[in-house]
Design a protein around this ligand. Structure first.
Ligand code: NAP
Ligand code: MG
Length: 401
């Protein structure tokens, strides 16, 4: 077969540890034999980030702004232990955080559903895509402890420093306590809403958004109002696509999602998204089956696996021991990026290749060949699951592709 030709490059962000090993194998075994890959390569491996003073991360994000589509390998976010392990000059910030700040994007996380691996919620037969508003609220709040007898106020000044409101939060009469102030910005809520509605339309899935506006009347009420305003711009398109949008209370949303069969987009405020994304991910089984895409309001896409660099497996690999690390989410990051590139550049062969690679991956597991993390989760009549090592799993996919 002639290799599929590309027009515009995708931005390729390499990463760390076990996922870096998988990265190269996925390319060599599943992509390069079929696609004449055009990519602009950025090495976000921790060593190279350190050597470049982390400018490589910024450059890769700017390239994503330029080309519109990126695929990213998992990367180490340095902590104290990594400082000495890699002899770092600085404790560099999380690359995902840096890229998200530059693209001002929303992260959508979706599980890969295969037959034989049942969700812990048996009715969830289709993926639940979770979008988290990753700005503000308690994540950028100020808070402090308060002495007995103190009073805490919420004070707002206008642009000239003139006090325009001063409201008592609490009179700590005779008791110590805590107080907290948090914020959000209309522009950020609005762009979050736009990104979610567009994603739902693109994927043709219904969407739920929820807050607690019965209690938080002004704060959460503002989210509700902005979503309603933005939805007015999309309502006709939703009807045309045969999908719906529901605004409800967070309590009701939880109940509806649990009772649903999946197949929807759940847009969450920052804290709800933090908690619920972990719940949804756990319910679908393995971290190795969770994909993630960062979408910016102006339509730039960065695809990746939701899991980290799988350090424990990497240390085994370094000792020459066999590993069985799940590459599915990283493969789907590649197919997501190649499909999007194919759609934007109108290359049907590239879109079709992405579909076929996903299908080959899913079929491999459904026919009983999988990595070790999936074996205890797999139950399918007439199929005995077989554990393959990291590389053999990729070869098993290639044989079907
Ligand atoms: P992790 O890499 O996601 O791994 C945690 C555990 O989950 C693994 O030890 C493994 O369990 C299981 N697991 C995760 N992905 C798997 C896969 N593909 N196949 C099989 N098992 C898988 O999280 P971590 O160990 O907390 O973090 C390691 C490094 O990743 C850290 O340096 C962190 O900063 C970084 N990180 C990066 C990102 C990102 O780039 N998006 C996200 C999260 C973490 P068993 O050991 O039981 O097999
Ligand atoms: Mg969380």
């Amino acid at each position: 077969m002639a290799k599929i030709q590309m027009k515009t490059p995708i931005v390729e962000m390499d990463g760390d540890e076990m996922t870096r090993i998988l990265w190269k194998d996925i390319k060599d075994i599943l992509i390069l034999p079929y696609v004449d890959l055009k990519s602009e390569y950025y090495d976000l491996g921790l060593k190279h980030r350190d050597e470049t003073g982390d400018t490589v991360t910024v450059e890769s994000a700017l390239a994503t702004k330029k080309y519109g589509v990126a695929v990213k390998c998992a990367t180490i976010t340095p902590n104290v232990q990594r400082m000495s392990e890699y002899q770092l000059h600085e404790m560099w910030k999380s690359p995902n955080g840096t890229i998200r700040r530059i693209l001002d994007g929303t992260v959508f996380r979706a599980p890969i559903v295969v037959e034989g691996i049942r969700s812990y919620v048996p009715t969830w037969t289709k993926p639940i895509v979770l979008a988290r508003h990753a700005y503000g609220d308690v994540y950028s709040a100020v808070d402090e402890k308060v002495e007995a007898g103190s009073k805490a106020f919420l004070v707002v000044e206008d642009k000239d420093g003139k006090e325009i409101s001063r409201r008592l939060v609490h009179d700590f009469n005779g008791t110590t306590g805590v107080v907290q102030g948090m914020h959000n910005c209309d522009a950020s809520i609005r762009s979050f809403a736009h990104t979610c509605f567009r994603y739902a339309l693109e994927q043709k899935i219904p969407m739920i958004f929820a807050t607690k506006d019965t209690i938080s009347k002004v704060y959460d009420g503002r989210f509700k109002q902005i979503f309603a305003e933005v939805y007015a711009e999309y309502e006709a398109q939703f009807e045309q696509a045969g999908i719906w949008y529901l605004y409800t209370l967070i309590d009701d949303a939880v109940a509806r999602v649990v009772r649903s069969e999946g197949g929807l987009l759940w847009a969450c405020k920052n804290y709800d998204g933090d908690v619920m994304s972990d719940m949804v991910a756990t319910a679908y089984g393995s971290l190795g089956m969770m994909t993630s895409v960062l979408v910016s309001p102006d339509g730039k896409y960065e695809y990746e696996a939701a899991h980290g660099t799988v350090t424990r497996h990497y240390y085994k690999y370094l000792k020459g021991e066999e590993t069985s690390t799940n590459s599915v989410a990283t493969i789907f990051a590649w197919t997501g990026a190649l499909r999007k590139r194919g759609e934007l550049d109108e290359i049907p062969a590239l879109v079709s290749f992405a579909d076929r690679l996903e299908k080959a991956t899913v079929t491999t597991i459904e026919e009983g060949e999988m990595t070790g993390d999936l074996v205890p989760l797999f139950h399918r009549e007439g199929v005995t699951p077989k554990k393959l090592n990291s590389r053999d799993f990729l070869l098993a996919i290639a044989s079907r592709l």
